[in-house]
Design a binder for this molecule. Sequence first.
Ligand code: HEM
Length: 535
Amino acid sequence: MALIYETMTKINWITVAWIILGAYIFRYYYNYFTRTNPLPGPIPFPIVGNLLQLGLDASKVAKYLDSKYGIICEVYFGSQRSIFVSGLESMEKIYSTSTSVKNNGFMYRIPPNEGISELGFDRNGVMFNRNLKDWNINRRILSQTLMSPRFLKNIIKLIERNCDELFQYWDLFRVAAHDNRTVIEIPKWLTVFTNDMIIETTMSKKSYAKASYFNSVSDKKLDIPQHLLKKSGDFLKNHQDSLKGGMFIMNMPGYLRRSIFKYFNKFCVDLVYWVENEIDIRVKERRQEIEAMPVEKELPSDLLTLLITTNTSRDQNKIRLGDSYEPLTDISIRKIILELIFGGTDSSTASLSFILIYLCKHPKVKDRLIKEIEQVYGVTSTPTITLESLDKLRYCEAVIQETARICPAGEIFFRTSSDKVDLCGYTFEPETIFWTNFYSLHHNENYWVEPEIFKPERFLDNESKRPKAFFQFGGGVRHCPGRFLVMAQLRTFLVRFFSRYDIESTVPNQPIIKYFAAGITCCKKFDAYIRPKKN
Ligand code: HEM
């Protein structure tokens, strides 16, 4: 009897589950087929949307959607309907250079999102902040800091120090191998390199991710206290995992996160809080260090000091918004730093990896780049780099831009309408998310002569003749605030690297193996021989 009752109960539960699932699917497709403003696009599946059909290779998705559906279509990333835009005119509208926040209809990054709201990013920081008044002040403080020549001058010194440290480890490998060349797994090394740099840039504290990685792959061990290596290693791992966790929190509907995925959700949230807590400890520590500095003494121009002191009594250049001068709160500083670490690690690693791959594939371009470096700095393995000297590297800049055109780290990127907007003859409601197809635009024959050919010279034309169909860092009021920093970083690295080494891919005609994670197209594998340069 008990068995029959148990079986009946089981069947009932299974039946109920099927009915709920059936009702959910019916409701999903009813909403889909009766949606307003339908656009062409692949039919989505519940929960995953079009992810199974399209996959996660951003350039393949970009090419496919552009060729099959034209300059505007719709896709579902998870349960989120997104408008996918490939035409230049639409992109110019979305990334409009209009400086007026009021007249710009594409002011948001993403529509309201339960997960992002639970983590507090919808009302703090810059990237996802939906309170446009707060976003504006945070953004102005950040831009004023990240773009100031004083800050950038210091950053160049920081980049040089980090290059020297990286090269010291590579040399240790070479000596240990009794060989004049070292096989380096480029993306892995560049990840720890850019991570150390962004941590030191944002937290004004030495980071040991490179050293920690060296110790994990080398027989020789560095004489650095274990707790420092562990701390940096843990920070890198947890911040990378928290980024993946953040994607889960952002894209998985709340009712599923709170039920089926309850424990995994908690694990992801805890990871984000772990990283935030580490940042918070450092912010408080720096506040105390600043308070201990004599008032008459000029404060250092590192990012953290500037974020803490802007609009306080220690600030000489207050930023006014409306009638008030408001300093940033600790929570806002914490979120901004977290976003900068997220925004500044994978994108820079990917860009630098792709540049080195293209230089290996195009030895003539590499030779011309080395010639330019020698012209500006002379033949030396330790050039002294200044902000002014970096501006003379026109060909180097063109190499960086051409790589960003042909193989962008941001192949597709997103903005959200903050108002009713018109695009390609359709009217869209506020809170519609638009994915912009930079990849296809950068490969469009209407705007580029022989777009599949790597030709940095195309960026050497005069300013007025430069191609307009190029979105390396987005554009307009939400233009990437890290662009000057990253351009300084890339140029300084290339100068330092090619003053000292030559590089050759271990695989002839190195294929570009990419993966897409958290909005960035990253380089999955690239091994290269690094040899001392013959002068
Ligand atoms: C090569 C490396 C990089 C690439 C390709 C890149 C690309 C982009 C793009 C396409 C956007 C969207 C801009 C728009 O909507 O108009 C963006 C925004 C942003 N980037 Fe970068 N970025 C890079 C490096 C960095 C670095 C190093 C930082 C930090 C120091 C950073 C911080 C940010 C932030 C905070 C935003 C959001 C700005 C806002 O919403 O107002 N990025 N980036």
